[in-house]
Design a protein around this ligand. Sequence first.
Ligand SMILES: NC(=O)c1ccc[n+]([C@@H]2O[C@H](COP(=O)([O-])OP(=O)(O)OC[C@H]3O[C@@H](n4cnc5c(N)ncnc54)[C@H](O)[C@@H]3O)[C@@H](O)[C@H]2O)c1
Length: 308
Amino acid sequence: MSKILVTGGAGFIGSTLVDRLVSEGHEVVVIDNLSSGRRDYVNPVAKFYEIDIASPGIFDIFNEEGFDLVYHLAAQIDVRISMNNPKHDNSINVLGGLNILENARLTGVKKFIFSSTGGAIYGDATEIPTSEAYPTYPLSFYGIHKLTFEKYLHSYAQVYGQDFTVLRFANVFGPRQFKGGEAGVIAIFIDNAVKGVESLQNGDGLQTRDFVYVDDVVAALSRAKEVKYQGEINIGSGIETTLLDIRRDIGKALGEEMKVKEMPAKPGEQRRSCLSPKKAKEVLGWEPQVFLEEGIKRTIAWAQSNNR
Ligand SMILES: NC(=O)c1ccc[n+]([C@@H]2O[C@H](COP(=O)([O-])OP(=O)(O)OC[C@H]3O[C@@H](n4cnc5c(N)ncnc54)[C@H](O)[C@@H]3O)[C@@H](O)[C@H]2O)c1
């Protein structure tokens, strides 16, 4: 059993990870400022601190708790917000993260696991599916800040011997993603569809993304603590999915076609995105288990049973 900190543990992926770590028998502590997370998503067995990752109070928590392992998931995750306010995004995704990392180092945390992005870090890649070796030229400030933090981890490993692993997630989907505002396209489409409300589709619907189910992502995060690998690992399905595929599978699961209004394409939107899961298989022994159709069914079941 280890004592584990999960930052962002009230969020979509973080709270699902906390459930898994608790079920594995670990002692889990959550740090989250509830800016997009929900208190009721935090497993009751976990200890909860409502605090900003950039706060000086983080020092006291690290000192008192003495963590073996840190999962750093707290982040500003909205690409559009990062474009409108890059300094704000930097203050959370770089400086806030650095506050967590520095305290981890000072208190002898054995390993630091970081949730980076595979969807926003490679820019418009010509290699599809994209491998970790592909050059990183992010289009968004969100992507730049995630990449910057990865570089800090490399530096901390070389200078201080701080062990780490970076997982670069594709587009994650599943229960708890929709919180009434911005979310992934699957969460928004499903929320609208179960309420019988029209969804908006930008562009021709043939743009692609790589969707990976939240339980699979959490399985990869759990594996990352068992292996020694200081570098980046893509966590994706290797499958390109179009918006039209998503509409089809949601319609199939609900027994009626989704109501969709087609809008002009968004300028600057990436046309294709898909990550190679080869390294994840080699290093983590990880492969996705839940594919689009089944993941959509499970997410719809959750959306229907939750009065949000
Ligand atoms: N969802 C995806 O498709 C996806 C893809 C790639 C990477 N990621 C990464 O995975 C991680 C989790 O994302 P998610 O989808 O669960 O998002 P989320 O918004 O549900 O979770 C983020 C959590 O961090 C908390 N938080 C934000 N700013 C904070 C701060 N300053 N101090 C303390 N807590 C703060 C929020 O309240 C929330 O609970 C993020 O690091 C994100 O960049 C997500």
